[in-house]
Design a protein around this ligand. Structure first.
Ligand code: ADP
Length: 768
């Protein structure tokens, strides 16, 4: 390329050099090189001390990172006119990703010296450059770059996308059965679903379904090890998708109880195994078999990466008032609290409902009813499980196939005293001989109950009515827990299959906005597709959603592997420290309310700058008045906003008699109101009071440095006299943001943290 063409290309095609002085541009070109790269050749390599600025002239390249097991995660695509290398040049860090030629590429390469003396000395370019860096990272933040999450027609990543093909196995080991699902991210069509039932007795049988059809086989009596062998034989056999078990790259294991420790899925190592074993105390029927499955699979698939996905972790966002039982607090400290189960199913159907409604998951109030042999109802408030009917074990809540659901606890004591029942008898009673089976006296199967009820079987009718009534009551409770309901979901064998249960469970809920379209309800093919069964007038959208816990486990497994790689980046010893700011109570006012509280024509008077550029604390304060009391001197923050928002700490909530939900700033729907008093008058708002979710503000450049993206949820570690971990911290990325973690006053006081303390990002918790 001639020097003059090169200058012309930079001036016209590379945004950075728009309006760049022509003389300087020619000097720059004099010192630049033009280089060609073949397909798959690295233009820049991760971890190198590259100090060059490059602009792509011809061809196509990608920006990508590769993890320990060789999986490539694509971050961005580069086309002619796009440039690279600027991050490392501007920050002095090592190159944080590979730039790889996809087709034959030509690039203009400018060395550090020329770049610094000619480009970074020109202020408009520096401004443009920092804005462009921000935009590029923000674009990555919103457009994906996470292997498993893509926008567009699959916003929640159900299609198990990954940049390099992954053959993945999902295992769900029960005491007498083992379910396995195989996925190939490059060929969804090759998915295989299998189950081995009646392990340990003479009726052991394997059933495997794939696009090639169904295969059913009787197996000799054996144990779980024999079941694993049978699974591998079926997967590698003539109709199987594999030629060798070594082709499996990742295995996702369903684990029932994750206790308080596991907020999200995790790669399995010795420590994770030990913790699952310790938690067997809480789930004696499930965790030991899950663990035996993990150990067997780690032996059989030694090269694969194993991930534990917990049924409980979705419910880690329950607030203490929802997870505490009314026992002395010491028992909660010993781990006796509500944990909740069916997490993968509730999360899957709620995301699916958001996808169907085409509304952001984080803005919806959803009640999910998983009604199968086990049954639970979950209140999902703006993307977070905030209450659920199952508790310390999966025995609480609704009556189920063979489980009693909630009982007066004194019944068990009464039975011990009057009938001499011991622990094992009671366990059998509440888990195996109660529920639909106990009430009907003959079956736990809802289809048989409905059939018998139709034929006038009195106890079947009673069992049916009791079941539906309990669902209805729990739906009402879940709505009350959130203060609203946009969608009501039915899933699980009964939820998907029984129009009768759905109909009866929704009867009487019209006042709560639930109006079923009976014709649609009867016609719904809930095992095949998402079905809308409410009328257009119904304020609540009622959906039947076929659940797919296995797909959700596969999705979590892929995301965990992606995340653990990114986590290894953020654990670099030189990662920046995050300054902590303690957010005292404050209000943001609308223009209209500034006038109403401080008088016509009043303009807020800035008193001090806040850490976030453009934001300031004002001289003005207001008084908040709730039903119970008042809080004076609440600082107004500027500039005015579209809508008034009040953020108060927990102790103040109590003083005012107002109990707002934990919400992200700006998300004010279905929040309580308050009265504000200023020198010129009072204003009563009907909504707008929130308890702010912990959050970190950061610029796109910081996000890139940490390997984070907008809306990730992370855990932050604060070193001090005792190490503290704050989970559930929402990451917000914006070019105007300055790095800081905002903590609520009460929380900071309880932990002995003052503004100015610093934390480090310990873990990525979620990437919804
Ligand atoms: P699990 O909790 O064991 O996964 P499922 O979700 O498979 O259980 O649900 C099993 C329950 O669903 C059984 O009570 C079964 O009778 C019921 N069920 C399945 N299909 C239908 C249907 N078409 N109508 C009514 N109930 C059904």
């Amino acid at each position: 390329m001639a020097k003059v063409d090169m200058a012309n290309f930079l001036a016209t095609r590379v945004k950075l050099f728009k309006n760049f002085p022509a003389g300087r541009l020619h000097q720059l070109v004099e010192r630049a090189d033009v280089r060609t790269f073949e397909p798959n050749e690295a233009i820049l390599e991760f971890g190198e001390e590259n100090r060059i600025f490059g602009a792509l002239v011809e061809g196509q390249a990608i920006v990508a990172v590769t993890d320990d097991s060789g999986l490539q995660h694509r971050l961005a695509e580069l086309n002619p006119g796009d440039f690279f290398g600027e991050m490392a040049l501007m920050t002095g860090d090592k190159t944080c990703a590979d730039v790889i030629a996809v087709t034959r590429c030509t690039a203009i390469i400018i060395g550090e010296e020329a770049f610094c003396s000619l480009v970074t000395t020109h202020p408009p370019v520096v401004r443009t450059l920092s804005k462009l860096i921000s935009d590029r990272v923000r674009q990555q933040a919103t457009q994906g770059g996470e292997g498993a999450f893509r926008q567009g027609d699959d916003p929640y990543g159900f299609k198990l996308h990954s940049d390099s093909p992954v053959r993945l196995l999902v295992l769900n080991c029960g005491s007498s059965s083992m379910k396995y699902n195989f996925y190939d991210t490059a060929h969804e069509i090759r998915s295989v679903h299998g189950v081995i039932e009646n392990i340990g007795d003479d009726k052991t049988r394997l059933r495997q379904v794939s696009t090639l059809g169904e295969k059913v086989e009787s197996l000799p009596r054996g144990d779980h090890a024999d079941a694993f062998d049978a699974m591998i034989t079926a997967l590698t056999g003539r109709d199987g998708p594999l030629t060798s078990p070594d082709e499996v790259v990742a295995v996702g294991h369903r684990v029932t109880h994750g206790g308080e420790r596991f907020h999200h899925a995790l790669p399995i190592d010795e420590a994770v195994e030990a913790e699952i074993e310790r938690l067997s105390l809480l789930a004696p029927l499930h965790n030991p078999v899950n663990l035996a499955g993990i150990r067997a699979a780690r032996r059989l698939f030694p090269h694969a990466r194993h991930v534990a996905v917990f049924d409980t972790s979705f419910h880690q966002t329950l607030p203490p008032y929802a997870y505490l039982y009314g026992l002395p607090y010491e028992y909660a400290e010993k781990g006796i609290r509500r944990y909740g189960f069916h997490g993968m199913s509730h999360a899957y159907v709620a995301l699916k409902a958001a996808e169907t409604l085409q509304r952001p998951y984080n803005e919806l109030e959803i009640v999910s009813c998983h009604l199968g042999n086990g049954a639970s109802v979950c209140a999902i408030d703006h993307g977070r499980s905030m209450d659920t009917s199952m508790g310390f074990t999966p025995a609480e809540g609704l009556i189920m196939g063979t489980r009693s659901g909630t009982l007066d606890p004194a019944i068990l004591i009464y039975l011990m005293r009057t009938e001499g029942l011991g622990a094992d008898d009671l366990d059998r009673l509440i888990n195996r001989s109660s529920g639909l089976k106990g009430l009907s006296g003959f079956t736990n199967d809802m289809r048989s109950i409905e059939k018998a009820a139709d034929e006038g079987h009195h106890r079947a009718l009673l069992a049916f009515k009791t079941f539906c009534y309990q669902v209805r009551k729990h739906v009402g409770a879940a709505m009350a827990a959130m203060g609203g309901m946009d969608a009501l979901i039915f899933t699980g064998g009964i939820g998907q299959g029984s129009a009768g249960v759905r109909s009866l469970a929704c009867q009487g809920l019209a006042r709560m906005g639930v109006v079923l379209d009976e014709e649609k309800n009867q016609a719904a093919r809930g095992f095949d597709e998402v079905c809308l069964i409410s009328t257009p007038e119904s304020a609540v959208t009622v959906l039947v959603v076929p659940t797919d816990e296995e797909r959700m486990i596969a999705r979590e497994t892929l995301r965990t592997l992606d995340r653990s790689f990114i986590s290894s980046l953020i654990k670099k010893p030189d990662q920046p420290l995050v300054p902590i700011e303690v957010s005292a109570h404050h209000v943001h006012l609308s223009h209209e309310h500034v006038v109403a509280l401080f008088g016509p024509g009043h303009v807020l008077a800035p008193r001090s700058e806040l850490s976030q550029p453009g934001q300031y604390a004002c001289r003005e304060t207001v008084t908040l008045i709730g039903s119970k009391g008042r809080v004076d001197n609440v600082r107004v923050l500027g500039p005015p906003r579209k809508e008034t928002q009040v953020e108060i700490a927990m102790t103040e909530q109590f003083k005012l008699g107002i109990h707002p939900p934990v919400r992200e700033s700006g998300d004010l729907r279905n929040t309580p109101g308050v009265t504000l008093e200023g020198p010129a008058g009072r204003v009563t708002i009907t909504h707008g009071v929130i308890c702010a979710q912990r959050h970190i503000h950061m610029s796109p450049a910081d996000a890139l440095r940490f390997g984070l993206r907008d809306r990730y949820v992370v855990q932050v570690k604060v070193d001090g006299d005792r190490e503290l971990i704050f989970g559930d911290v929402l990451v917000r990325v914006h070019p105007d943001y300055r790095l800081s973690l905002h903590l609520d006053t009460d929380e900071a006081n309880a932990a002995g943290i003052v503004s100015g303390t610093r934390g480090t990002i310990a873990e990525i918790q979620n990437r919804a």
